[in-house]
Ligand binder design. Structure first.
Ligand SMILES: [Zn+2]
Length: 171
């Protein structure tokens, strides 16, 4: 999938994320722009705005409400600021008008809501939401799986074969 717009949140200005892609628009809602107050990020922001690196785009009131509802559904609404909601709403809005968005955000709650909406994101200052992996132990001889590592180590309690136990991802 090719992304047509990168939506950035406040963290991107604070951390100075490099936006080297020239073929893609970069946009932020006004709520995010207004949230950038400290000196260096503000200078960075002004530079990005005046050079046209970043555009200010907004979402409709309906889309803001839809974003709030989506956040409420996920239980994330209490953790989201007005700029956070604006970022989600802008992503929904862009998607709605046929522009594929990707959101650069450092906010875990934002990521969670975007995930529920099927909107792509790139985590900026943390590792993002990882898929939860469950491991099981499988005997390659008899194909039986065990939730915990069999004891004594390597011995299959089912068929008694030694050294055929493998740790695998649970399907
Ligand atoms: Zn076995």
């Amino acid at each position: 999938m090719s992304f047509k717009v990168i939506i950035i949140d406040t963290v991107c200005f604070l951390q100075g994320v490099s936006l080297s892609r020239k073929d893609i628009d970069v946009a932020a809602p006004e709520e995010v722009i207004n949230e950038v107050r400290s000196r260096v990020p503000k200078l960075r922001l002004e530079q990005m705005l005046s050079s046209g690196t970043v555009q200010i785009r907004g979402a409709t009131k309906d889309m803001i409400n839809a974003a709030r509802q989506a956040a409420e559904k996920m239980g994330d609404l209490p953790n989201l600021s007005k700029p956070d909601i604006a970022v989600i709403a802008l992503a929904m809005e862009q998607k709605h008008v046929g522009i594929e968005p990707i959101v650069y955000t450092g906010d875990y709650a934002v990521q969670n809501v975007l995930k529920s909406l099927g909107i792509q994101f790139k985590s900026i200052n943390n590792d993002g939401i990882k898929t939860i992996i469950h491991w099981v132990y499988k005997c390659d001889a008899c194909k039986v799986t065990f939730k915990n590592a069999p004891q004594p180590a390597g011995f299959c309690p089912e068929c008694g074969t030694d050294g055929m136990i493998r740790k695998i991802k649970s399907p």
